[in-house]
Design a binder for this molecule. Structure first.
Ligand code: AMP
Length: 358
């Protein structure tokens, strides 16, 4: 069945901007795309051949997606486990597979997997009640960062615990749900690496990106990041260990902390295309979206070296209203997601500003 020939259909669970850019890349290679999203007017649906408007765990919607698609992929990791089981029962091939999603959905499972695969993280402890939260903070030491094990994104669902005495209150404030307690990472920079693994087990790794967040949300990415060859080699090794350890197919985003001594720790993995990889759309011959489509379709992976230095800036909320000014900037490549409603903080688009490689 693989490689899928042009004319095949790629199913995607989720119809946000990542699904939209995946659909655009897929269509360039001659594929049709089927999007499943609960919202009728979603960004990806408007550029796709087929749109299924149901909940993510709707049995009929998933059966329809399985019927239409030669392979099903995802634009987010918090896909209900029931949805994956239904897709599998309907005979759909999914890429990445259920294990990668399960690992990425739970911060404790994720760090346990990473350490088992020989990849370093901060020290951590799990807790599922106020008593064990106190014990976990005692073990890790305060200050510590407490995060919900599941469903966190963009810095939501986490808080600093300054003293052991504050552990139980922090646990309750996070909703009384199972948490992870993390040691602080004394990072000098936040980096990320986007990598892909094909169906033949081959791996392709993009240059590192340097990321700047504001209020937990990615603001800017600079890529390729200026790093020593040792750090670049370390990132490649980390990506390869993760991809092989998950028997992964597709693109993955790996968020990293760079420590003062030059060591890299993994913060988290995203089993999908990633906001810190948007620079590749204008900085590389084959961007992360096409790379993902190539991987899941069983095509050869494309080149990953940079053709330019890129500063990627997210356009949040009303910032996207400046589209005419941005479009007039000669070195700026504008990407808008077609979202109708510019709610404050919402990711509406991004702009890649190019400079020559030094
Ligand atoms: P996350 O939701 O895990 O991606 O965390 C969001 C942001 O919080 C990261 O980009 C870091 O800036 C910060 N952060 C997360 N974990 C830690 C940690 N263990 N130590 C210090 N800062 C952290």
């Amino acid at each position: 069945m693989f490689p899928l020939p042009p004319g095949s259909t790629i199913g995607i669970l989720g119809g946000g901007q990542l699904g939209r850019m995946l659909a655009q890349a897929a269509s360039r290679l001659g594929f049709d795309v089927a999007i499943l999203d609960p919202e009728a007017d979603c960004p990806a649906g408007r550029v796709a051949a087929h749109v299924i408007t149901t909940a993510y765990d709707d049995p009929e919607g998933l059966a329809a997606l399985a019927r239409l698609s030669d392979v099903v992929s995802f634009e987010f990791e918090n896909v209900p486990a029931a949805a994956l089981e239904r897709l599998a029962a309907a005979g759909a091939q999914t890429a990445p597979g259920p294990r990668a999603l399960a690992v990425a959905q739970d911060r404790v499972d994720e760090k346990t997997f990473l350490n088992g695969a020989g990849v370093a993280t901060v020290a951590f402890a799990a807790a599922d009640g106020p008593e064990s939260a106190i014990e976990a903070v005692g073990r890790i030491g305060a200050p510590a960062l407490m995060k919900t094990r599941r469903d966190g994104y963009d810095g939501k669902g986490q808080r600093w615990v300054e003293h052991v005495a504050a552990a139980a209150a922090a646990f309750e404030a996070l909703g009384g749900k199972p948490v992870i307690v993390e040691a602080p990472a004394a990072f000098v920079r936040e980096l990320s690496v986007i990598a892909a693994r094909g169906r033949d087990g081959g791996i392709a790794v993009y240059p590192l990106a340097e990321n700047h967040h504001e209020g937990g949300v990615l603001r800017r990415t600079l890529a390729p990041a200026e790093v020593t060859p040792k750090i670049a080699a370390q990132a490649e090794r980390i990506a390869a260990q993760i991809l092989a350890g998950l028997d992964y197919v597709g693109v993955i985003g790996v968020e990293l902390f760079e420590l003062a001594d030059g060591r890299l720790l993994v913060n988290e993995i995203a089993p999908r295309v990633h906001n810190t990889g948007h620079w590749t759309m204008d900085g590389c011959e084959v961007d992360q979206f096409e790379q993902h489509i190539r991987a899941v379709a069983g095509w050869p992976l494309g080149p990953t070296h940079a053709l330019a230095r890129v500063e990627m800036t997210n356009l949040l909320g009303e910032e996207a209203l400046a589209w005419a000014k941005l479009a007039a900037e000669p070195e700026a490549r504008l990407h808008l997601y077609g979202k109708r409603d510019a709610k404050p903080g919402r990711k509406m688009g991004h702009v890649n500003r190019l400079r020559p490689l030094r």
